[in-house]
Design a protein around this ligand. Structure first.
Ligand SMILES: Nc1nc2c([nH]c(=O)n2[C@H]2C[C@H](O)[C@@H](COP(=O)(O)OP(=O)(O)OP(=O)(O)O)O2)c(=O)[nH]1
Length: 189
């Protein structure tokens, strides 16, 4: 995937205001050699029934990198030497805090990928324009993920460290909808 858009923005209206932020992590296993990415179906809580990386709150006394390793172990049963991949500020209308999410990824992991009370892990095909035959794995299920993810996934997969901000507002049916965003990547090294 070389045709990366390093900056994108969209949506309308003003940015939503928030008074506090809380710190979260989210980690992905991205294997270019095996052309696959590990996601988990969230079984409970915020984001239930969506596919996502593995993560949660940064606890008092730990760094976000430590939290990312702990959450990956707790939610997928594996450990990995995670590398920092980016940061996003996510605010959802009606919430009393914004999510400051640090993203991490690794290619290798130790242990056996295991379903847990929170997540059901599943491998998906990495986009591969040069493939001579279709992958036996399913495509990344963006229709069952947070609405903003398709915008920054190409950056994560290409190992371009990214920053971003997304706002979700409530629509007339009380559903959260992506209304405004920007994402930017650092220059390719
Ligand atoms: N991919 C993606 N993830 C998001 C978005 N917004 C958002 O909060 N998340 C992630 C950040 C966190 O990993 C997760 C929310 O945390 P969580 O619901 O798992 O945390 P929790 O309160 O259950 O915390 P914990 O018990 O697991 O520590 O969702 C988004 O737009 N895209």
């Amino acid at each position: 995937m070389d045709n990366i858009t390093p900056y994108s923005e969209g949506g309308e209206g003003d940015w939503l205001l928030f008074e506090q932020r809380k710190y979260f992590t989210n980690a992905f296993i991205v294997q270019h050699d095996n052309k696959r990415i590990l996601l988990g179906l969230k079984k409970r809580g915020f984001g239930k029934d969506k596919y996502n990386g593995f993560g949660g709150k940064v606890e008092d006394g730990e760094t976000s990198a430590e939290a990312a390793v702990r959450e990956l172990q707790e939610e997928a049963g594996i450990t990995a030497a995670l590398e920092y991949s980016g940061t996003m500020l996510f605010f959802s209308e009606g919430s009393d805090f914004a999510y400051h999410i640090d993203y991490y990824s690794a290619a290798a992991y130790q242990g056996t990928v295991t379903e847990t009370e929170e997540m059901r892990p599943e491998w998906f095909a990495l986009p591969d324009v040069d493939a001579t035959e279709p992958s036996t794995l399913p495509q990344i299920p963006f229709h069952q993920m947070w609405e903003d993810d398709h915008i920054w996934f190409p950056l994560l997969i290409a190992k371009r460290i990214f920053n971003g901000r997304v706002d979700f507002r409530l629509d007339a049916n009380s559903q959260h909808k992506l209304t405004k965003w920007w994402f930017g990547a650092a220059s390719a090294s």
